[in-house]
Design a protein around this ligand. Sequence first.
Ligand code: AMP
Ligand code: MG
Length: 371
Amino acid sequence: MRRLWAGFGLAALCGALVLIAAHQVEGPPAYRETLYVFGTLVEIEIRGEDRDTARTASAAVGRLLQELHSDWHAWRPGGALHAVNTAIAQGRTVQVDERLAELLQEGRRLSCASGGHFNPAIGGLVGLWGFHADTPPQGAPPGPDAIAALVAADPRMTDLRLEGHRIGSVNPAVRLDLGGYAKGAALDLAAAELRAHGIADAVLNAGGDVNVLGTHSQRPWRVAIRDPFAWGVVGAIALRPGEVLYTSGNYERYLDHDSERFAHIIDPRTGYPVREIVSVSVLDSSGIRADAAATALSVAGRTGWPDVAASMGITAVLMITDTGRLMATPAMLARLEPAGDSLPGPVELIKLPARGTALSCGNGRDNPPRY
Ligand code: AMP
Ligand code: MG
C-alpha cells in the first residue's frame, strides 16, 4: 500500500489525518481558527454562524484548551498534574479540581477495560525514553536495567487513591502522563463548549484527531486517514454528527538512533516502544475513549487488538502494520471510502469477539492484579 494519492481538495494538516472540505456551499462563510496546544495545531472550523458568535465561541474554546493544556501537562512545573506527580513521588496526597479528578477516574476505567495496555501511570517510562520534552529525543535509548526497574515497579492506575478530590498513590512509582487520552478528553470538553455557545456545525481537529458537531452545511464532515507510508491518504470517512475519529501512529513522535526508530507509545509490559503497529484509527462517539483505545490497540499489537477493542466497547477500527498489512473491523470497512478507485491494498476483515469478554485491570501480564 505504498503509493501516492492526491484527490478531493485536500487541506493538508500536520497530523495523521487530512480534513476534506472541498465543495462550495451557500450561507455565511466558514469561521476558522488555529491554536497551538497539546503539542499540536488545533484547528477549529465553525459553519453556518455569524462571525461574532463563531468568534466568541472559538475564543472560549481557545481559553479552555490552553487551561487544560497547562493543568494536564505531564512534565512542565506549575500545572495541576505536575503537583500530583510530585506529591505521589513524596508519598503525599494532594487536592485536585473536579475536572482532573474525573479525568483520572475515567483513565482508570479505560485502563482496566484495555487490560492495562493503555496505562497513563507509566509516565516514568515515557520520561525515561526522552518523550517528556517539546523536541524529539536525541542520543541513545535508555539502558535495559533502568527500563526493567520501572517495569518491575509496576505502576498502574488502580494504584491511585481518590477520596473526593484528594489524590495519592499506594505505589510511589506511579507517574501520570495523560498524553494517551488528554487530547480526546479536551476535544470532548471543547465540543461541549461549542454546543453551550449554540454552535451546531463545527469540526475540531487536533493534529488529525477529530471531533465533529453537526454537518458541513448539510453534508457530512469528511475526514481522511493518512497513509503512514506515503504522502497521501488511505481513504476517507463521512463522519455523522457527534462522531469522532482518532489515530495513533508510531510515526508521530520517535527517537532515532543507529538506524533504529523508537516510538512514543510504550508497552507497559516490556517498557519498550511498540513496533509492529504503524497506525490505528478508531471511529467512535467519544473522543476520550477513541483516543485511549487507539493507544491501547497500538500496544496490543497484531494479534491482541481485537480483544482489547471489544473490551473497550470499540467497534470501528482500521489497523496498519509495519509490513503494510491493512486490517479493519466490519463496522470500519462499511464506512471507509476509497480515496481513488480502490483502497491502497487488500483489507483483511477482522470480526471482533462479543463484548462480554471484558479484560481486567492487569498490565496484560500473567501476574494477578493487586485489587
Ligand atoms: P497517542 O498519540 O494518543 O497514542 O498517545 C501517545 C502518548 O501517550 C505518548 O506520547 C505518551 O505520552 C503516552 N503513552 C505512551 N505509551 C502509553 C501507554 N501504553 N498507555 C497510555 N499512554 C501512553
Ligand atoms: Mg491516544
